[in-house]
Design a protein around this ligand. Structure first.
Ligand code: ATP
Ligand code: MG
Length: 174
């Protein structure tokens, strides 16, 4: 459905990366584009987007991957295994032609934790069908990924209520 797809990166340490990707998904679904919202290292927890996606099927599909809980930084073996399987799954989905917009949420985080190698992300970007829009989110986007992307936006933390003690709120952060 797209004439030409681009590669977008939402990175930085401020709030708004996942929600920007969700906003894009919302717009795309409105235009009849087929969206796959594919999440790395998000094996547990229910978020508003998971509940809405059920209602948007089949125009939008959310796939969650990763072990439940936080990444075990002392021994990444199991988390890496899960991320590697997820990466293979994401590549197949992107190549399938079933989706116009492919969002890889928190793939940068998975890379920063060493669960996915930068070279693997670059390979995935090279595999992108030309009419597929590809979005990669998460803090600490690798420099090589920034270089090959068509668009890079940095969410910069100027102020966050978290530091004033406002916890993650249902419907706003989750
Ligand atoms: P959101 O999902 O709200 O768009 P995000 O995708 O930009 O946020 P992540 O890096 O995925 O943010 O972080 C997950 C959670 O951490 C989010 O709930 C977000 O609000 C929170 N967060 C983001 N930036 C900060 C910050 N500077 N300090 C504390 N918490 C933050
Ligand atoms: Mg996020």
């Amino acid at each position: 459905m797209l004439e030409r797809g681009c590669v977008q990166v939402y990175t930085g340490n401020g709030k708004g990366k996942t929600t920007a990707a969700l906003g894009l998904a919302f717009r795309a679904v409105g235009r009849g584009l087929r969206v796959c919202f594919f999440q790395f290292i998000k094996g547990s927890g229910t978020y508003g987007e998971h509940l809405l996606a059920e209602k948007l099927a089949p125009l939008m599909t959310i796939i969650r991957t990763g072990r439940p809980g936080w990444v075990n930084t002392k021994d990444i073996t199991a988390d890496r295994q899960a991320a590697q399987e997820a990466l293979e799954q994401a590549k197949k989905i992107m190549a399938s032609g079933e989706y116009d917009l492919m969002i890889l949420d928190e793939i940068n985080g998975a890379t920063a934790f060493g669960l996915i190698d930068v070279e693997q992300v670059l390979e995935l970007i090279r595999m992108r069908p030309e009419k597929v829009e590809l979005v990669l989110t998460g803090r600490s986007a690798p420099q090589q990924v920034i270089e090959v992307a068509d668009l890079v936006t940095e969410m910069r933390d100027i102020k966050h209520y978290y530091s004033a003690g406002v916890p993650a709120r249902t419907g706003i952060e989750m």
